[in-house]
Design a protein around this ligand. Sequence first.
Ligand SMILES: Cc1cc2nc3c(=O)[nH]c(=O)nc-3n(C[C@H](O)[C@H](O)[C@H](O)COP(=O)(O)OP(=O)(O)OC[C@H]3O[C@@H](n4cnc5c(N)ncnc54)[C@H](O)[C@@H]3O)c2cc1C
Length: 479
Amino acid sequence: MKTVGEPSASPGEKALSVQRSSPDLGAHRPRRTRETLFPAGTGEVRDAVLAARAGKTPLYPLSTGRNWGMGSRSPVVDDCAVLDLGRMNAVRTLDLDAGYAVIEPGVTQRQLAALLEGTPWMLNVTAGCADAGVIGNTLERGDGTIRARTDDLLGLEVVLGTGEVVTTGGLDRHGRRAGRIAGPDLTGVFQQANLGVVTAAAIGLVPRPETIALVHATFARDALEEGVDALIRIGRARVAEHGMLRLKELFVVPERGAAAVPPGADPDTVTIQVPLLGSPAAVRDAERGIRAVFQDAGTPVSVRVLDTATTTADDPLYARARFARGIPTCDALRAGLRVRTCEEADEAAVGWLMFLPTVPLRRESLSTAVDLMRAESQRHGTASMLEFNVISQHSTNMVVQCPFVREPDAVERAHALRAAARDAFRRAGFPVYRSNIDQQDSELAVRAEDYRDGPLGALKDLFDPDGIIAPGRYLVVAR
Ligand SMILES: Cc1cc2nc3c(=O)[nH]c(=O)nc-3n(C[C@H](O)[C@H](O)[C@H](O)COP(=O)(O)OP(=O)(O)OC[C@H]3O[C@@H](n4cnc5c(N)ncnc54)[C@H](O)[C@@H]3O)c2cc1C
């Protein structure tokens, strides 16, 4: 196994390290880390886990380490060795009859999407980096263009904190999956958890339809209420062929935060976006239905419906058209962060924090969430970009992106905003669905107060009795 940095001390002895974790787009508190390990396969991951157990030294697994806005490559607690799984980049199975791939953590969106070109299947890509993996984002409950990444996850191979290797979700020990087998399925307990290191995942692919259109409707910020009503009606009526419905590009720009806002951001408008997938007739029908909703809502909208197959590279919506076709691209992301390559992201002049609460798909809740965020953004002099991803007919994943210039005062304000927003949203009944490294502790405490899921700790004792996997990440802080 390749190792970089201070080697661990002998088993049983705690290695001392003075390394600071890598630069981080979110400017979280820097962590002290030990060496970085680069295993080449499940066997080497198992060796690393067993050595960590013997030495009682924690491991922090990464797939591609682009957890931007939530900690990048940094562990939650100090003194972890980083287990970088980027070298494990094999596509173990690609079943183009059944429509799934079994991939390792280092497999990137770009890599898998390229393999699917010209096949009847496509990947549900995110608007994040093309060279980000699929597994890290899926384990974090990220959102793709077509659906929530959780909906892609069919099964896992995991090295538990005990060193035992298990598979879930009907993924067999030979890397095949006929379907979900009888009995309980543990797949979900390894999402947003620290019970083991995921070494492979079965990912469901999206059938490539004949037509993919992208509805892009813009309406005045003053007509937000009507826009929200339209969103709810479309969201409740959505059918399987529709991609992820989003209300997006709702900007709150206080004067002190303006410098970090991406060029072209328009605080006076809001966008509703949804990809439509299917036969030409089905897509036309869906488009008609959506236009009718806008008309009923009386929202003064400009509606564009793009045929994503013919959208040209000079169209401002080109990147979105590509995402809808399962093709990842970094152009928009780099423009927002003002970097030339994604390798520069963690040291970009503009920093970026994410705040990710869950908000019900109902008028009052969505309005309250917007009002709360507006108030906190103004109070903390930090801009925020709001988006609601309609992940079901009942709830939305709200995505709040807070760009900030990297000056001490602006960094402090952005972090104060993230903390204050968390408290305000919790009081309003909207807890976070995805956390960052600085706030895991308090978010775990909130969880313990508000939810009756104490026995989850018993799973930690069973699967990782020495507490060596990603301490503090989503489940049980104490080691
Ligand atoms: C401008 C911008 C746009 C973005 N767009 C999106 C978007 O559209 N959708 C979205 O969801 N996110 C988005 N992000 C957030 C983020 O960049 C992505 O979620 C990214 O994919 C996460 O990085 P990664 O895939 O490299 O995961 P990693 O950083 O490798 O991992 C993420 C987390 O999962 C854990 N983990 C990773 N691999 C394993 C494993 N094998 N076993 C156990 N635990 C593991 C890690 O400990 C870490 O905490 C965006 C960020 C920015 C700045």
